[in-house]
Design a protein around this ligand. Structure first.
Ligand code: DGL
Length: 255
């Protein structure tokens, strides 16, 4: 089986990694739109237009399923992509919401980019299910991760700055509604002790089970729209030791 995954940049590799861990044999094609990242500050129309172009690129790779790893793209473009393609399209919002609903006692926090939070995609689905929802855009988290600052003093201060209100609100579950946030999971968990933390990358990999069989060569091809600064460093930070570029069956930059 061939699965396509796209994101606004490198962060969606957290989703690719979770999928690879669950499905070692399927063939994975990843497109990171590094030339146009971030999507989280763009208008809905622009996010939709960029998402359509990413989906078209991956369709040419004859993928059987398309995973929209980017939360911002999932929040705005899922309907357009679903009606445009004949293959199943899986975004990160629904799996994250379902996972949160299976864990919560009724008070859920959601964090994401400004665009994701503004779209109300998560909040709307959670409210529909009858839980109390508290949301917050955390725009400094993406650059922190991109600088490799996933723990330490500065990271703890920024986590406290954004998340202290969730402590006051007494949430029991927090959805990490952005590709980069799983890398801050330890710091976030330390700050919000006792809170269930939902990582949408794991949630997507779980939901993919109903759409794919674990068959194929286990290949990974990575494509990027720009060979931006620190691309390799970020890829290594996210994919870690187990998935170093040299063990990838193909390693391609589309610049
Ligand atoms: N991939 C984006 C998301 O998950 C974060 C980075 C961006 O703003 O493009 O929302």
């Amino acid at each position: 089986m061939r699965v396509g995954v796209f994101d606004s940049g490198v962060g969606g590799l957290t989703v690719l990694k979770a999928i690879r861990e669950k499905f070692p044999r399927i063939d994975l094609f990843y497109l990171g739109d590094t030339a146009r990242v971030p999507y989280g500050t763009k208008s809905p129309d622009t996010v939709i237009r960029y998402s359509v172009e990413c989906a078209e690129f991956l369709s040419e790779k004859s993928v059987d399923v398309l995973v929209v790893a980017c939360n911002t793209a999932s929040s705005y473009a899922l309907e357009t992509l679903t009606s445009m393609l004949t293959i199943p399209v899986l975004g990160v919002v629904e799996p994250g919401v379902r996972k949160a609903l299976s864990l919560t006692k009724g008070r859920v926090g959601v964090i994401g980019t400004s665009a994701t939070i503004r779209s109300e995609a998560y909040q709307h689905r959670l409210r529909e299910a009858g839980v109390e929802v508290f949301s917050k855009a955390c725009p400094l988290f993406v650059p922190l991760v991109e600088e490799g600052l996933v723990e330490g003093d500065i990271t703890e201060r920024v986590v406290e700055f954004y998340l202290k209100e969730f402590r006051e609100k007494g949430i029991d579950t927090l959805i990490l509604g952005c590709t980069h946030y799983p890398l801050l999971k330890n710091t976030i968990k330390n700050f919000l002790k006792g809170t269930e933390v939902v990582d949408s990358s794991d949630a997507v990999a779980e939901e993919l089970s109903s759409l794919v069989e674990d068959e194929g060569q286990g290949a990974i091809e990575l494509f990027f729209t720009d060979r931006s600064q620190n691309l390799e460093g970020l890829i290594e930070l996210i994919l870690g030791d187990r998935l170093k570029p040299e063990i990838l069956s193909d390693w391609t930059h589309r610049v």
